[in-house]
Design a protein around this ligand. Structure first.
Ligand SMILES: NC(=O)c1ccc[n+]([C@@H]2O[C@H](COP(=O)([O-])OP(=O)(O)OC[C@H]3O[C@@H](n4cnc5c(N)ncnc54)[C@H](O)[C@@H]3O)[C@@H](O)[C@H]2O)c1
Length: 331
């Protein structure tokens, strides 16, 4: 039985991934410090005989070593995201120290590492769609939102440096806008989760900027399938892959669609200027070129946005009925 160490297992993608791995007869060692994750996300399989959970911090190297030594592969998801409302230091430190510790411990046993990077690394690049060889265009350091992309770019370089100098097999996945069950209901989980709560409650939906910025949202089962393909296929070693849907939608249209699926009457929007977040910049358009994952791994996302949103809304409706406080406050 193959043993997979999943960091960030109590988070959105980690919990869905762990469930899928257990369904496929993997043994899963899950790590999370529960800073942004929830025990409720792993409750469905916490008693599974092939699952174990360790509430530890990826910045704590000595605690990682004995767990990593038992793993055949490490899937590294634990991270902090775009510091829209703060946490820039956490983003930089968790993402870089955590990655260094994972690679250092993996190198002791030559354990394969699959790392979740982000579509945000393409930054302001205006040439769409983004393919894995596209330039990574960052904005100025005075705009703290870039801390996330910069930390992930550093992590990608660290992976390749360990591959070259410690013969460590690594794979880098650039994930595009995940959504689905177990998503975080605050802005941490992305606009769709906040829009769904607003629509279910009949409250105005908060649109950041003018709402014309686009994203390509990817249902979590597609993200999980992409991660597992990259983990299982030896052709993925040493490669970077976009994992994302090509169904592009403007944020304001996403809000309208969610209202149509979950709200009542006419949608209401509250426009929130980017100035609210201090010196902030957003990415105007974001679409992946999915061709490389298709060619090398035979992988392409196949859940349509409308279908994925319906499943997500059903999940979120049930969670909020059981626990209205799950919607949380800010981020
Ligand atoms: N969800 C997306 O759309 C998306 C898009 C691009 C990239 N990614 C990347 O995928 C990964 C997973 O994203 P997610 O959406 O599931 O995020 P998430 O915040 O739901 O999950 C991350 C988990 O990591 C844990 N964590 C954070 N710091 C930790 C630390 N120091 N030690 C141990 N655990 C820690 C959190 O508690 C959380 O449970 C992240 O690396 C993220 O950058 C996600």
């Amino acid at each position: 039985m193959t043993t997979v160490l999943v960091t960030g297992v109590a988070g959105f993608i980690g919990s869905n991934l762990a469930q899928a791995l257990l369904n496929r007869n993997y043994r899963v060692i899950g790590i999370d410090n529960l800073s942004q994750g929830y025990r409720r996300n792993i409750a469905a399989f916490s008693d599974h005989p092939s699952f174990e959970f360790h509430a530890i911090d990826v910045r704590d190297g000595p605690l990682l070593d004995p767990l990593a030594a038992r793993a055949d592969v490490i899937i590294h998801l634990a991270a902090f995201k775009i510091p829209r409302y703060g946490h820039a230091l956490d983003t930089l430190q968790v993402n870089t120290h955590g990655m260094r510790n994972i690679l250092t411990t993996a190198a002791k046993n030559g354990t394969r590492v699959v790392f979740a990077s982000t579509s945000d690394v393409y930054g302001r690049n205006p040439d769409l769609p983004f393919h894995e060889g596209s330039d990574l265009w960052m904005g100025p350091s005075t705009v703290k939102r870039w801390a996330y992309a910069v930390s992930k770019i550093f992590d990608e370089h660290l992976c390749f440096a360990f591959q070259e100098e410690a013969a460590l097999p690594v794979t880098i996945l650039r994930l595009f806008g995940g959504y689905g069950p177990n998503q975080n209901l605050t802005w941490w989980g992305g606009p769709q989760s906040v829009f769904i709560t607003a629509a279910l409650r009949g409250e105005p939906m908060e649109i950041h900027g003018n709402g014309r910025q686009t994203r390509s949202f990817t249902y979590v089962s597609d993200i999980v399938e992409g991660i597992i393909r990259c983990t299982e296929d030896k052709h993925a070693v040493g490669e970077v892959f976009n994992i994302g849907s090509t169904e592009e939608i403007a944020i304001i249209d996403l809000a309208s669609l969610i209202w149509e699926l979950a709200g009542k009457g006419e949608p209401r929007f509250t426009m929130v200027s980017y100035r609210t977040f201090g010196k902030y910049e957003d990415v105007v358009r974001r679409i992946p070129d999915p061709g490389k994952a298709q060619r090398l791994l035979g992988f392409a996302p196949d859940v349509r946005l409308r279908d994925g949103l319906q499943k997500t809304i059903a999940w979120q409706r049930k969670l909020l009925a059981e626990d209205p406080a799950a919607a949380g406050g800010g981020e």
